[in-house]
Design a protein around this ligand. Sequence first.
Ligand SMILES: Cc1cc2nc3c(=O)[nH]c(=O)nc-3n(C[C@H](O)[C@H](O)[C@H](O)COP(=O)(O)OP(=O)(O)OC[C@H]3O[C@@H](n4cnc5c(N)ncnc54)[C@H](O)[C@@H]3O)c2cc1C
Length: 260
Amino acid sequence: MARTAIRRRLTWRLATVAANASEARAVHRLSLRIDGWDGHLPGQHVDVRLTAPDGYQAQRSYSIASAPESPTVDLVVQRLDDGEVSPYLTDGLRPGDQLELRGPIGGYFVWHAELDSPLQLVAGGSGVAPFLAMLDHHAAAASGAPVRLLYSARTLDDVIGHPRLERHAERGIGVTIALTRDQPPGWTGLSGRLTPQIIRERVWPVDRRPSVFVCGATTFVEAVADSLVEAGHPAAAIRIERFGDVRGARRDSGVPTTRR
Ligand SMILES: Cc1cc2nc3c(=O)[nH]c(=O)nc-3n(C[C@H](O)[C@H](O)[C@H](O)COP(=O)(O)OP(=O)(O)OC[C@H]3O[C@@H](n4cnc5c(N)ncnc54)[C@H](O)[C@@H]3O)c2cc1C
């Protein structure tokens, strides 16, 4: 890759908020316009940096939730009420506001539309963000890769991008949602946590040799990775991205991860 392209990715630049809309309970979709954006691959993330008037800075990573074909770079941010950065991003930004950002970052947790092997996505909570980009890109690129998404959320109100996921289901994507806390009357999806048995049943079988991506909080990702390996999926076919604190994260499954 050209040195200038790398430098541009690592350089902080200004993004302008085009829209900030509620996407699920305590989750907002921030649509950003970024001058000179060179494009991205689905699965990559950006770093966002906030600077207080006294010079104090806080930096966090966010997956890009929009496809490369989108005119805006979108992030879906879950507000953690005791968080330092996420409440400002969800509640403090209006169209026209600017924030500092660098990226796109990451070359490992990415999906390429030319691959036609089965794609398996497993998300917990806001971990669905990079998969929204992958699914939109899959549609825009008219990819022939068969795709399944297994998505764990607390309640229906917590499902991020629900209408969008329903549209993907209508075009043949296997979308399975598991609600862990409350299920509305007539709910036909799964109830409860993703158990090893559910993972074995709902994920593409090992002999289909799927590429598997797992994203979410550290404990979720570790548990799913362990179950996948127990089910016979080779560790090398599983890519994981942890959104939470990586301190103390176990590596028993042997699945490689992006390092943060
Ligand atoms: C590669 C990458 C991509 C990410 N993409 C997204 C994304 O698309 N959307 C998104 O909402 N977040 C994403 N995150 C998480 C994000 O970077 C922040 O960690 C998150 O927004 C919390 O920041 P905060 O400053 O509000 O909270 P902090 O002030 O950092 O933390 C507040 C409290 O919440 C706990 N905490 C931190 N993160 C989590 C978490 N994920 N779940 C539960 N508790 C947590 C902390 O331990 C602490 O107790 C991503 C993280 C990584 C590493």
